[in-house]
Structure formats: C-alpha cells, structure tokens
Design a protein around this ligand. Structure first.
Ligand SMILES: Nc1ncnc2c1ncn2[C@@H]1O[C@H](COP(=O)(O)OP(=O)(O)OP(=O)(O)O)[C@@H](O)[C@H]1O
Ligand SMILES: [Mg+2]
Length: 256
C-alpha cells in the first residue's frame, strides 16, 4: 500500500501555537516535510527550536494548530481521537529518550503489549515477531528480566523492538540516544541503521552528529521553521567520519 504513495509522511504548512501561555507561544511556523518510503530523516536544531513539538504534531500525539499531515496518503488532521489512537497503535512506532515501560512487566511483555493490543486476533504472529526482534537486537537472553535489570542500551533496543512489533509504516524517535553513553549510543544507532536497511521509514530528532550521520537526509529547524536540509545519501559505516565531518561543517553555518 505504502509503495503506491510517493511519500510515507507528508506535512504541509504545519503550525503549532500553545494558547496556555499569555501571549500564546507560537512554536511551529509552517513546516512542509515529505518523507519518502524507507527514508531515514533526521531533524536537528537548537534546543527550543520546536523539534519535539514537530514530532508530536506529525505523529498525532498532539494536533497541529493548522496545516495537514498525511500518512500513507491519509489525512490525519481529519481523524477523530479514537481513529488517531488506532493509527498510532497500528501504523506508527515510537522511541523516546527514555523507554516508558511498565515496571511490573518483563522486558518481553513490555515489548509485546502494544502489538497484542493492535492485533488481538493475531497474538501468535505478534509473539513470534517479538521473539525474532529480541534475538536480532541482542536482548533475547534478557527477555524475562525486569526493566531495572537491564542496561540503558538494552532498554533502548527493547524500545525499538516494541516500536517495530506492530510492523509500523513509520518509526518516530525523539533523541533515542540522548541518555546513553557513546558505546551504548552506537549500539542503538546500529539497530536503527539495520532496520533502515530493511526498509523501515524513520524520522528521528537528535543533537548528536554521530547519530545524525546515519540518516539519508538531515533537516535543520530554526524557530519552528525548516531553514535548510542536507542530503547524505545511503549510510555506510566505512564513510562514518566523512559524513560526520560534512555534517559538522554544515551545522556550524547554522549555529553561529
Ligand atoms: N505544552 C506547551 N505549552 C507551552 N509551550 C510549550 C509546550 N511545549 C513546548 N513548548 C515550547 O515550545 C518551544 C519548543 O519546544 P520543543 O520541546 O519542541 O523544543 P525542542 O527543539 O524539542 O528542544 P530540545 O532540543 O530542548 O528538546 C519551547 O519554547 C517550549 O517551551
Ligand atoms: Mg525536544
């Protein structure tokens, strides 16, 4: 289905203002983004530039004040809250800086929970899929551990497994390596690069150049507007240093 659409995700003129403050805080100022099927797009920008707000507006966690967001050709801005919740559950995966896992469930059950909710009639398939994902991401041996009994890196790999368990059209990640040291960060980014190589579409916010260098394309946000973008082409670990160097030069133009 997604192959018939030129873009997996497309936003047009997305604005967001928070009216809880006086005067209202205008955070997004008309963001047009088009994410191709299988693309890995990174959003960068200074703290407060609106990156998380954009991710929430694109993923239906929050509604834009104006503008449209289409996922696989379907306009999300028209959906009721219940319809939106269903789209989020079945077509989107989420990875945050910290995994929001239930403390009384094992790692495996935490990963499985949304997939069972998304497709209650296909539990066996979800269980099988989750087992494959856990083995693949190197967390199969900790499947029955509690969430305090694994490392931060393992927990983030579990978050990615959870995000993929419903076979989503797109994965949104907001600073997925923001709370990790550099070796755990690289492990988590290896997993994201791997799923990207498999064709998963990813939109990720990060401050880290090494993580951003994995993307196909990086967009730069300033004051809630996309002010520049940089095509990096397909990731290859052998070119990691060149890619990071090119990104650093590009970012320096925007940060001064
Ligand atoms: N619910 C809210 N009500 C009022 N203002 C908000 C709300 N959420 C975010 N903002 C404001 O919107 C602006 C952008 O916030 P946002 O969290 O999107 O930035 P960010 O680019 O993700 O920053 P960081 O890199 O620090 O995570 C900030 O000025 C913030 O204070
Ligand atoms: Mg943020």
């Amino acid at each position: 289905m997604s192959h018939e659409q030129p873009f997996t995700l497309e936003s047009k003129g997305v604005t967001k203002a928070f009216s809880t403050t006086d005067p209202p805080t205008q955070v997004l100022n008309g963001v047009d983004l088009a994410v191709r099927p299988g693309e890995f797009l990174v959003v960068m920008g200074a703290s407060g530039s609106g990156k998380s707000t954009l991710l929430y507006s694109l993923s239906g966690m929050d509604r834009p004040t104006s503008g449209t967001v289409r996922l696989e050709g379907r306009d999300l801005t028209d959906l009721s809250d219940a319809e939106m919740a269903q789209v989020r559950l079945t077509r989107m995966g989420f990875v945050f800086q910290r995994a929001y896992f239930l403390p009384n469930l094992s790692i495996r059950d935490n990963i499985l929970l949304p997939a069972l909710k998304a497709a209650p009639q296909a539990q066996d398939a979800a269980i099988a899929r989750v087992e494959v994902l856990m083995e693949r991401f190197g967390i199969g041996h900790v499947h029955d551990h509690g969430i305090t009994e694994v490392s931060g890196g393992q927990l983030q790999r579990a978050s990615i497994a959870r995000a993929l368990a419903c076979e989503p059209a797109i994965v949104f990640a907001d600073e997925p390596t923001g709370a990790l040291n550099s070796s755990m960060s690289a492990e988590v980014m290896d997993v994201l690069s791997e799923i990207h190589a498999d064709g998963v579409t990813i939109v990720m916010v990060t401050h880290e150049v090494a993580s951003a260098a994995r993307a196909d394309r990086v967009v730069y946000l300033r004051d809630g507007q996309q002010v520049d973008e940089r095509e990096l082409g397909r990731w290859s670990a052998a070119q990691a240093h060149e890619r990071e160097g090119a990104l650093l030069v590009w970012l320096r133009q925007h940060r001064c």
